[in-house]
Design a protein around this ligand. Structure first.
Ligand code: PTJ
Length: 254
């Protein structure tokens, strides 16, 4: 079934569209087969969170927007799942905060990097980094540590949606400020992040863009106040409490 054939009134419409996009990503050589498994894990957490943006995740998205607007060299890291699920939205976020886009893969192949870069360009991206591979994240084996010297290696702020825990820790050790988007509040990467956004990247990416547009005229002092007022541990705790309380069943109250 084509994405357009999924009836919009189907109770699991958003989930079916998401699955279809990941499946299509695998078929096009953009998403890895492991991406299907990651998607399944994500869906389970999304269900437990009520498939909505928690107020705490919205606060994190605003802090992420402020962090990106204050950054000197922000980079958004794109993997096979991000490229399949939200290519246009990711390009829009990069435009809104003047960030570079870099393809950075957990299961690296040059072919997949090229395909993802082309896919982002088809969705309006200008330059896409990740093809040079002339930099490194120290402390990781070669394939996992390959980045561009003028991209992630030189960045001050990195957005890493769906990042693996080891790489999140290695980026942290390099002194990067990290914005992580991940539906699992117990995962190591959001726990390492300066700004963990516990939300589906399909909702989180456009939400950060909306906050960035809203904050476009804010002064550096106003942006810094938003960053300083954000409490990463409280945001993680709020998501975890939602899952533990089973309050996802009351999603309409959010
Ligand atoms: O394209 P590559 O080679 O870079 O590989 C990308 C994946 C995602 C396959 C790779 O990084 C991987 O194996 O990731 P993990 O270790 O399975 O972690 C994926 C995390 O993302 C899990 O914590 C999921 O809950 C979460 N996740 C999955 N889908 C979404 C999500 N978080 C937010 N939005 C989603 N749509």
């Amino acid at each position: 079934m084509d994405e357009t054939e999924i009836p919009e009134d189907h109770p699991r419409y958003a989930s079916l569209v998401t699955r279809h996009r990941i499946e299509a990503g695998v078929e096009r050589g953009i998403t890895s087969k492991q991406g299907l498994i990651a998607q399944g894990r994500g869906e389970a957490f999304d269900y437990l969170l009520g498939e909505r943006t928690l107020p705490s995740a919205d606060g994190a998205a605003r802090a992420a927007a402020a962090t990106l607007l204050l950054a000197e060299r922000p980079v958004i890291s794109v993997n096979g799942n991000v490229a399949a699920l939200a290519p246009g939205e990711t390009v829009e976020l990069a435009d809104a905060v003047d960030a570079d886009l870099e393809v950075n893969l957990f299961n690296h192949t040059d072919e997949r990097v090229r395909r993802i870069a082309d896919h982002l360009r088809d969705h309006g991206a200008g330059e896409v980094k990740g093809l040079a591979g002339d930099g490194e994240i120290p402390g990781l084996d070669h394939a996992r540590g390959v980045v561009d010297a003028d991209g992630i290696e030189a960045a001050d702020v990195v957005v890493v949606p769906l990042e693996d825990g080891d790489r999140a820790a290695a980026l942290d050790a390099m002194g990067k400020t990290e914005v992580v988007i991940d539906l699992n509040p117990g995962s190591r990467s959001p726990r390492t992040a300066d700004v963990p956004i516990i939300d589906n990247l399909l909702r989180a990416v456009p939400n950060v863009t909306a906050h960035a547009r809203d904050l476009a005229d804010a002064t550096p002092a106003e942006l810094e106040a938003i960053v300083d007022g954000f409490d990463a541990d409280a945001a993680l705790d709020a998501a975890e409490a939602t899952i533990r309380d089973g309050s996802f069943a009351d999603a309409d109250d959010a």
